[in-house]
Design a protein around this ligand. Structure first.
Ligand code: PRX
Length: 680
């Protein structure tokens, strides 16, 4: 049963090759931690014995090779993919533009499906799907697909999309709940060489329209609705609203999920089952160039307009697959569960492409992990004998809050590895995850990466890397992680700086769809020749990375990335609002909560339910997850002489270090602003 942290062995703080002792307490702007000393957890010997990478020395040798002979290293690694045509050159790097595996051809869906079947694994379970249950806990729907069955569905879907006019190079939007059809549609696009753009089902109609318009999508795959905490999410209704005024979007495929009546536009809309039933379960995969755009995924940046991050087929798939081996130490009998939605990059890389390329058995769960009962997630782990659980710190913190009695009711002995992603994990949550869920037995992999990196960039190798709660530990092979000052010089161990990546890597984004200048400007204009992540971090004396959170105008709310400018532009879209400034405030549960400072148009009274209306307005413009926690009216926003909003000041005010109350007056802010200006 659960042991306490004190029962666990501690590594002596003498690393093999790095100087220095235990790290200082973490200086985290987002989640502050008070621990004076970080405990160190060596890989459990029983885990290391069976692991693919068994020692720190093995990891270091791999890492050294990847840095000293990157092309030879990646050429060797690329053998784990099935190539229709071998590549001629590993890398063409004309900074900041990379092309990997030039001349090579392959198909991602073939790599995820056909080759496993050809190897005799067609009968292995690929997907286990559970729909959200009824409110009384009775199962509503469950489906399982073997690799052979999944391939047949993917082929039917690919044929149906082709019949609707989809060709190699077209874009297809996918706006679905977490149902098997989401993975099937993605793989069907990949099979044809149509670039998919999945839009998270929590996005509103307006946000959906913006993304479909930017991507120039020709076909949309959606559903009549989705289940969330017993309520229906009206996806088709949102899609209908989004599609008004999108002439390039010709056809809509509608998955029947809820059975709710929805309007079907003749000549445009067709039900998924009707479109697929007349199609054959066979479809030749199209051989695509290594650099062919596999998908576009929109993510928030520092302007109001989301960025369409473009990923290329081969490099992306390669690192998604390799990290399944390195970080999740995937074995054939694992039941692997990543709780992310396919609408985010984690769902792309670690629900669909990475695990299926590595022939995993993947669990998909449609509902919320704590509905209808707080122990829903642990009930699934027990029933399905889950071995690997990959989730977000916000979820972990909500499980802590709900109480240990919930996991305590369940047999969690099938778990062998636990993962965390999306935001900094505070050491308290890490320790709880380790002790209560992992029962002291399971290594924890805190994985740092981004939509743009495509795959995990920094994380422990579970059989090799000693872990420190709160640190994502060491860079994975191929990832030239550095923390530098504004001049690009590495900062000394323990000092904070900008987190950058010094060398190209195969799964790096290739561009921003339709805006190549923004690619250069956003990622390569800060530090010469290096990719800037937007994060602040420090590296301790052992070479361990401690991510401190975003240092640009992006905030991370419950693991969801949001641009402050995006929320601001939603707010100023309301007729009452003159100006808005949005900042993050530390939040025990979500990591960061959104606080909006709003000035109203002359003559508009800050009366009644206006705050509530503004919060709802943001939910309509972006999605419910972007709804500000708090709206504060101010009679003006504090600005520098050059007119820039003083966000640091507003952050202090939001965090309770400045004027409080229902209305923030100009005098309050101007006094603080004057003080600040003297400081700056
Ligand atoms: O700030 C970092 C944070 O999430 C950002 C990337 O967000 P997104 O592109 O939506 O991808 C999320 C899933 C990979 C990063 O810039 N972040 C992600 N993982 C971690 C993290 N911060 C600290 N520790 C992590 N493990």
């Amino acid at each position: 049963m659960a042991r306490t942290v004190d029962d666990l062995p501690r590594m002596s703080a003498e690393p093999a090759s790095a100087p220095g002792g235990l790290p200082e307490p973490r200086q985290n702007a987002v989640i502050d931690t008070a621990s004076a000393e970080s405990p160190v957890f060596p890989p459990p010997p029983a885990f290391a014995e069976r692991a693919r990478i068994k020692s720190l020395e093995e990891y270091r040798a791999l890492y050294a090779k990847s840095m000293h002979e990157p092309e030879a290293f990646w050429a060797e690694q690329a053998k784990c993919l099935q190539w229709t045509k071998p590549f001629d050159r590993v890398l063409e790097w004309q900074a900041p533009h990379a092309q990997w595996f030039v001349g090579g051809q392959l198909n991602a869906s073939q790599n995820c499906l056909d080759r496993h079947i050809a190897d005799g694994h067609g009968g292995k379970v690929a997907l286990i799907w559970e729909g959200e249950p009824f409110a009384d806990g009775r199962p509503r729907e469950e489906r399982t697909f073997t690799y052979a069955e999944l391939l047949a569905e993917v082929c039917r879907c690919a044929n149906a999309l082709r019949a609707l006019g989809v060709k190699t190079g077209d874009r297809v939007g996918i706006y679905l709940p977490l149902v098997p059809e989401a993975a099937i549609a993605m793989l069907a696009c990949a099979r044809l060489g149509a670039t998919h753009s999945v839009i998270f089902g929590g996005f509103s109609a307006e946000a959906l329209r913006d993304r479909l318009a930017d991507a120039g999508a020709k076909v949309l795959v959606t559903a009549d609705g989705g289940w969330r905490r017993g309520a229906v999410v009206p996806l088709k209704q949102n899609a209908d609203a989004a599609l008004a005024g999108l002439p390039h979007l010709e056809r809509v495929v509608v998955v029947r999920r809820t059975g709710e009546p929805v309007s079907m536009k003749p000549g445009r809309d067709i039900y998924w089952d009707e479109a697929l039933k007349r199609e054959a379960p066979v479809c030749e995969p199209v051989a695509l160039d290594a650099e062919h755009a596999l998908f576009i995924l929109y993510t928030s940046g520092t302007t109001g307009k989301p960025k369409g991050v473009v990923h290329a087929t081969a490099g992306y798939l390669l690192q998604a697959a390799l990290t399944m081996r390195w970080v999740f130490d995937l074995r054939d009998d694992d039941v692997y569960w990543c709780t992310a939605d396919v609408g985010w990059v984690t769902g792309h890389s670690y629900v669909v492409y990475g695990p299926l390329a590595e022939r995993a058995t993947v669990l998909l769960y449609e509902g919320a992990p704590n509905w209808p009962e707080a122990d829903r997630i642990w009930d699934i782990v027990e029933r399905r004998r889950v071995t690997t659980l990959y989730t977000a710190p916000t979820a972990i913190r909500s499980f802590i809050k709900a109480g240990d009695q919930h996991p305590g009711k369940h047999d969690l002995s099938s778990l062998r590895l636990l993962g965390s992603v999306g935001e900094p994990i505070n050491p308290e949550a890490w320790l709880w995850y380790h002790r209560v869920i992992g029962e002291g037995r399971c290594p924890i992999v805190d994985t740092w990466w981004q939509t743009e990196t495509g795959a995990i960039a920094v994380a422990p190798i579970p059989g090799a890397t000693p872990t420190k709660p709160g640190s994502a530990t060491l860079p994975l092979p191929g990832m030239a992680i550095e923390v530098v000052d504004h001049d690009g010089k590495p900062v000394p161990p323990g000092s904070g700086g900008m987190l950058v990546i010094g060398k190209p890597w195969p799964a790096m984004l290739r561009t921003i769809h339709g805006d190549p200048k923004r690619y250069v400007q956003n990622y390569f204009s800060q530090i010469r020749g290096k990719y800037f992540t937007g994060d602040g971090a420090r590296i301790d004396g052992d070479g361990y990375l401690w991510v401190m959170g975003r240092i640009d105008d992006v905030i991370n709310v419950a693991g969801h990335r949001l641009g402050t400018a995006e929320v601001e532009s939603a707010l100023v879209g309301h007729p009452a609002v003159a100006e808005a400034a949005v900042v993050g405030r530390p939040d025990d549960l979500k990591g960061t909560a959104i606080v909006a400072f709003v000035t109203l148009k002359t003559g508009t009274a800050p009366a009644g339910d206006l705050k509530e209306k503004l919060r709802a307005h943001v939910a309509t413009a972006i999605g419910a997850f972007a709804r500000p926690e708090e709206v504060r009216f101010a009679d003006a926003l504090p600005k520098t002489r050059s007119g820039k909003i003083m966000r640091r000041l507003l952050r202090d005010v939001a965090a309770g270090k400045g004027p409080q109350g229902d209305t923030t007056t100009l005098e309050d802010l101007s006094v603080l602003a004057a003080l600040r200006q003297e400081e700056e």
